[in-house]
Design a protein around this ligand. Sequence first.
Ligand code: FES
Ligand code: MG
Length: 573
Amino acid sequence: MSQEHIHRLDGRIFRDDGADGMVHRAFLRAEGFSAEEVRRSPVIGISTSWSELNPCNNGFRELAAAVKRGVEAAGGLALEFPSISISEPFSRPSSMYLRNLMAMDVEEATLAAPIDGVVLLGACDKTVPAVLMGAISAGTPAVLVTGGPRPVACWQGRPATVDDQWEVIDSRRVGNLSDEDWRAFEGVIHGGPGSCNVMGTATTMAAIGELLGFALPGSSLHPAASPERTEVAEASGRLVADVVARRITPASRITMDALENAVRTVCALGGSTNALIHLEAIAGRAGLRIGFDRLREWSRSTPFITDVRPNGRGLLSELEAAGGIPAVAARIRHLLHEDVPTADGRSWGEVFDDLPSPPPAGPIGDPAAPLTPDGGIAMVRGTLAPGGAVMKIAGAPGSMRRHRGRAVVFDGVADMWAKIDRDDLDVDPSSVLVLRGVGTLGGPGMPEVGHVPIPARLANAGVTDMLRVTDARMSGTSSGSVVLHVSPEAVVGGPLAYVRDGDEIELDVADGRLDLLVPPEELARREPADVGPTEPARGWGRLYARHALQPDAGCDFDFLVAEAQHPGRGDLA
Ligand code: FES
Ligand code: MG
């Protein structure tokens, strides 16, 4: 075998007339492919993460079949291959803990396979960044097909989306929901396979897939299993042959302009805070670093204009009818780089020009009259978060954007549940609920537990929002005044580890500040709280504990950033 074949074997091997080609074709013939099929070109891998342990990706068999039809229509041969599957509901200790494992799996499986290009299937939150990160590092031409949102349910006579579960859970916790309703809810809330049906992390990541030029523009919001989504999958199968022919590598899509378009559109959508971590990781795979200052500058100057759940009233279907992600981006086109390419070969400027004018009515507002004065996402920094922290102000009532209150500290989730509803908890509505020890290394994997519940005594008295500060993440389907991703996290000795009950904490979104109002001399006398897990002795946990970076670096592994690209990654021949 030639040196090139050792480093990188592509689909040409199947058309080789020597022994290598014969052996490769013979194995495929054993799977039932015909003599004609095994000589088709290009050879396209379909990276799937279908799993019964991942309800959001459970429709991928049908989606992969549609991609295959598209590849075959373009004259190619499509070969489906699996990766691990990470689901938000079922992955422990957290889905983020496993994102880099899936990214490594996709990278290695792509590099190991004799293929010319790859179609990446992703739906549930972490699966989209994982496939993109893996593909960027592998360097194989790639197209992304997302799974689409699951059907909206009906609960107590009204449309119900995944975020309604938080209210139901809270009602149950404080004794306001019957046994009968509690049991009935589980049977109706999720109307079928597909990703969460609001502007949560999965939908935000699908939008980013469009913005970065991996997924077809306008494809994010077609419902799972809909005819439109099947069409997108087929079209993407045809498209990947073109991406292969033009030798477009995934890393070449990741430019600072494309990243800016993605961040600004996330802010206009009021998208998930998780997206900022994933975008930093995606940038890192291509040798770029967005950084706090750019994120703050872009988020501050981008209006939040999309009135959809969980931050607003509209459904994703209404947003789709109004033109979907391209229509939102078009409303802020003056802030975007219009020459960034889309997956279908047009520039974003051309996509905007092709949209109907005037735009259809719907939940997309006017940038001149935004839904909040200060954007959808706020970046803050200060003595409590020297590395930065983030707050989704799209989902936060205005009163908490400038707030000072006394800390009530919880060391991890078990401590929080042990104390939060106790009658003797020293808390009032102005208190700041601090949850620490649940960051990148502490969680581990920053579990989505940052949305600390309102203490039962206060909730029953009508309190619906309080300021919360944490090194954890929060589900993209949640809202409220929660400052997340505080960096450095408590277990590495960040200031969060030194907070004590009663300390004053001050948040000022307009100023971009989060401060611990304790004199430095007093802090110097304190010992950090002991909230860290012990380092696992073996396996993934050990690798994770030694190499995971903080959220401001995307929580990727230090050896997976671009300077450390795969040694087998050759230039496309
Ligand atoms: Fe999978 Fe929300 S749980 S997308
Ligand atoms: Mg989520």
